[in-house]
Design a protein around this ligand. Structure first.
Ligand code: NDP
Length: 529
């Protein structure tokens, strides 16, 4: 369990009857509300309820399921201010970020999948080569997996669980959602919106609680876990799910690099670095956590970055940190860097604002890869900047990392940008863009290395919520297959011929196998008489 953000105590309160999570506003320390701290038995019951409700939901058409998503979208629009204010208060982010980074992308996602999921998941006929000449055909049908467990973090408490829930639902699944203990009220609001939109009872279950509730969900007999959070917890979730051989999507952390090449538009690159590093107070998995700039333009770039940063207003532009633990990690990383010779250009300290947990946007130079600030996820408003001499060194530095979520390259030469993009080890590489592609519902989201497995968003993400069923049909039912029993000398002769004539993709070559094939078919079908 995390440290309390309230001035007076723990996040979970137990009475003789119930256990509750208390949700606090990280800016004021004020209690916002309470939610049940679900026990393992309650999580199990929620999974059972969702499982029972799923077949009826799956039996409905895409159009019907899509209508529920579109109604939810209308409700979010009608209640936009109320929802944005709850997100902002529970997570400590500015209201502008709650609208721009959480609500707008999900409105687009709801619209997109409501209208396009059917097409994205339509049956596919697949080419099966020479087998088709033998009267066979194959189709893939995408069927819902069943009940999906979603475990989500606190940093985007609306956009992440709502997007994943909507995609699971449109594909015909039921969902059990376990939000972070730091943002239970936002998740309950998601449940309220879907209930108001007419989602059938029990298809969406929200189990609020702490890590233990997440652990119970990961070990339950659900059909898939979609986990978003730290690599450390991701490992535990994967291990727990493996006990039941439950598949897992892992959306984990990042240490994302931003590369500024010598021909970049420095104004844009500097503004992008500042937004990419400090939006959401640096608490985004795709935040810019490492900046590499060509040595020739480094001074100009740094001057611009510091000027941009000095104009940011704490509270209005840069929100609060989510927890005391989070702010301490940032302090430790900055302290370690300074001890090892880094230079502080701006920031580098907490900012007191009543009970608020703010950390000043910070820029460091003179950093290197021996420092924690360049190796571990900091998850706070810190931009460490290093120089490089040439493209080769830039790519080497970018790839010298345990993570691989996103990367950003700044150059006026788009061809050069795309060429370098292909050399970066990551799930997404942006040329002249930064941070925001999680908002693109149509594009895949996910990473490589310690940033996780699998994808959310886009068609690749939607495919994570379905089981492909391969239906194979043989129209030529008047003969026995030549490879069935018995393995006579004639059969063996055919198999030798097929090894050469069936497997090279050439129809001409296959024609030369026909005499052996016909002889074997005659033999096989005679022996059945
Ligand atoms: P955590 O890993 O601490 O928690 C994530 C979720 O897992 C929370 O709901 C948490 O519950 C729950 N949990 C905790 N322990 C367990 C357990 N043993 N079994 C199952 N679930 C458990 O991450 P944070 O919430 O701190 O989020 C920050 C991290 O998430 C960062 O590393 C960030 O990079 C990553 N992230 C990745 C994204 C991506 O798309 N790749 C997007 C956003 C964030 P509780 O909070 O109640 O303890």
């Amino acid at each position: 369990m995390r440290e309390a953000r309230s001035p007076n105590g723990s996040q979970i309160e137990s009475s003789s009857l119930t256990r509750e999570i208390i949700s606090y506003d990280p800016v004021t320390g004020e209690e916002l509300g309470r939610a049940p701290a679900s026990s393992a038995a309650e999580v199990e019951r929620a999974v059972d309820r969702a499982r029972a409700a799923q077949p009826d939901w799956a039996a409905r058409s895409f159009a019907e399921r899509g209508r529920a998503l579109l109604r939810a979208r209308e409700i979010v629009l009608e209640r936009l201010d109320e929802i944005a204010s709850l997100i902002a208060r529970e997570s400590g982010k500015p209201l502008a970020e709650a609208i721009a980074m959480e609500i707008v992308p999900t409105l687009d996602l709801l619209h997109y999948f409501a209208h396009h999921a059917q097409k994205l998941l339509r049956d596919e006929r697949i080419a099966i080569g020479h087998y088709a000449l033998l009267g066979r055909s194959s189709r893939i049908i995408y069927r819902p997996l069943g009940t999906i467990g979603i475990i989500s973090p606190w940093n985007f408490p609306w956009a992440i669980p709502l997007g994943q829930t909507a995609m699971a639902l449109i594909a015909g699944n039921a969902v059990v959602l376990k939000p972070s203990e730091l943002a239970p009220l936002t998740a309950l609001k998601i449940g309220e919106v879907f209930a108001q939109a007419g989602l059938p009872e029990n298809v969406l279950q929200i189990v609020t609680g702490d890590g233990a509730a997440g652990a119970a969900l990961a070990s339950s007999k659900i059909d898939k876990v979609i986990f978003t959070g730290s690599a450390a917890t991701g490992r535990r979730v994967a291990a727990a799910a493996a006990q039941n051989l439950v598949p897992v999507v892992l959306e984990l952390g990042g240490k994302d690099p931003l590369l500024v090449l010598d021909d970049a538009d420095l104004d844009k690159a500097a503004a992008a670095a500042v937004w990419g590093a400090f939006a959401n107070a640096g608490q985004a998995c795709a935040s810019v956590e490492r900046c590499y700039v060509h040595e020739r333009i480094a001074q100009d770039f740094l001057r611009r970055v510091v000027a941009e940063t000095s104009r940011l207003r704490i509270g209005e532009d840069v929100g609060a940190m989510a927890s005391e633990r989070q702010i301490r990690t940032v302090e430790e990383h900055v302290r370690d860097a300074l001890r090892r010779g880094a230079r502080l250009l701006i920031g580098g300290e907490r900012i007191g604002r009543g009970a608020g947990l703010f950390y000043a946007p910070t820029i460091l130079t003179g950093v290197d890869h021996s420092m924690r600030i360049m190796r571990e996820e900091t998850f706070g408003p810190v931009l460490p900047v290093m120089t490089f001499r040439d493209e080769g060194e830039a790519i080497r530095l970018a790839n010298d990392c345990a993570y691989g979520l996103t990367a950003s390259i700044w150059t006026r030469d788009l061809r050069r940008g795309r060429r370098l993009a292909e050399q970066v080890i990551a799930g997404t590489v942006m040329v002249n863009e930064v941070l925001y592609t999680h908002a693109i519902a149509q594009a895949p989201w996910g990473g490589v290395r310690q940033s996780g497995w699998g994808r959310t968003h886009g068609r690749l993400g939607l495919l994570e919520f379905v089981a492909p069923l391969h239906v194979h049909t043989n129209r030529a039912i008047w003969w026995r297959d030549p490879w069935w029993f018995r393995y006579t000398p004639q059969a063996q002769r055919l198999f030798r011929t097929l090894a050469r004539r069936f497997t090279d993709g050439s129809r001409w070559s296959l024609m030369r196998a026909v005499p052996d094939l016909v002889r074997r078919l005659r033999e096989a079908n005679r022996s059945s008489d």
